[in-house]
Design a protein around this ligand. Sequence first.
Ligand code: IMP
Ligand code: MG
Length: 182
Amino acid sequence: MKRTGLDERQFTKAFSKAEIQASVQKLADLVSADYAGKNLVLVGVLKGVLPFMADFVRALSIDPEIEFVRLVHQARDRTSMGTVTIVKDIQLDLRGKHVLIVEEIIDSGRTLKFLYERLKSAEPASIEIATLFDKPRRRVVEDLPVRYVGIEVGDPFLVGYGLDLEEKCRNLSDIYALKYPN
Ligand code: IMP
Ligand code: MG
């Protein structure tokens, strides 16, 4: 058994590996049906999307292209847009292709709003967003069209399955929630 390294007094298991995998499969089935016969490009947002993307692409019954971006968001405070910087961009020409942005979790939506607008300006045939987890109550941006949502959550800070605690714990197969957010 892999040790979590998490303090059990602070963290409690929120989603098991089986629950996560069921949700991944459900999303993959929807996307496979919607994009059958289409030129699909998945654009994953590093680094947190790594485990989700790996499971998601293997659960699809269609064969998409796979790209990644890495964005760094410096938030000044919770309400400002802050600055989003692209650390790793895609090389591909998106014109005429169907783009699906893949995220593991959406919180304020600021990072994704930036990416969505930027990729949209590359004139793809369509552009949609898929996320494994969504925290809709935390949203600060308007009009972020999130088409595919695996699991809606409230406010908890989650760790595991790509979600990091100060860059660690991304490799856990289960997801843990912070018990007492401060
Ligand atoms: P947003 O721009 O506020 O939507 O930030 C989204 C990003 O913040 C996600 O892609 C994650 O990398 C990170 N994030 C949001 N919520 C959590 C969480 O509960 N645990 C770990 N990382 C999170
Ligand atoms: Mg992310």
